[in-house]
Design a protein around this ligand. Structure first.
Ligand code: MG
Length: 179
């Protein structure tokens, strides 16, 4: 079974990485605690006048490379591979890709190994990618095609309004994914 797993959200903890960097670099600015995040894009949860500062955090070199892994994610992916599934990391890079694309590869090599980078599928449109399941934290995934995969929501504070999809975390994935 082809299982597509999104990188930022389910695997790389973008939210924690962002907030830690934000608090370090702009300690006197307004911040949104992780459990109070309500929009998919972090920039939309911050006042417009802070937009440039917010973007400067994740456009910066080493931001993507240094994102911490989500608890349990590395173990779960390795287990899915051991179970015989064709696991692919399906990720949509920033349009300002300069640091992001390379560092997404480096992140996978750092936390798995170089061979695992062969599993990366980079696409701005995930609906054209084949697979049985896509585990992704984005509430709605749109694109040019009707996707063949079932979208399993990776459960986050900012996607709680979605009620019509299965959702999982790496703490309960064995109960949600019944093969
Ligand atoms: Mg994501």
């Amino acid at each position: 079974m082809i299982i597509l797993v999104d990188q930022d959200g389910p695997l790389a903890d973008f939210e924690k990485g962002f907030l830690d960097a934000w608090r370090t670099q702009f300690p006197n600015e307004h911040f949104v605690p992780l459990h109070q995040r309500r929009t998919f894009y972090v920039r939309d949860d911050y006042p417009k006048e802070l937009r440039d500062k917010v973007e400067s955090i994740y456009f910066a070199p080493r931001f993507y490379l240094n994102l911490p892994p989500v608890n349990g994610s590395l173990e779960a992916l390795k287990m899915l591979v051991e179970l015989g599934h064709d696991v692919r990391i399906c990720t949509s890079p920033l349009s300002r890709y300069e640091n992001c694309v390379l560092e997404k590869y480096q992140w996978v090599e750092k936390h798995f190994d170089r061979d695992f980078t062969k599993r990366i599928v980079l696409s701005k449109d995930k609906t054209i990618i084949r697979g049985k399941l896509l585990i992704d934290d984005k509430p709605v995934i749109e694109g040019g095609e009707t996707a063949e995969w079932e979208h399993i929501l990776y459960d986050c504070s900012y996607n709680q309004e979605v009620g019509n999809k299965k959702r999982l975390t790496w703490a309960n994935w064995k109960d949600v994914l019944v093969f």
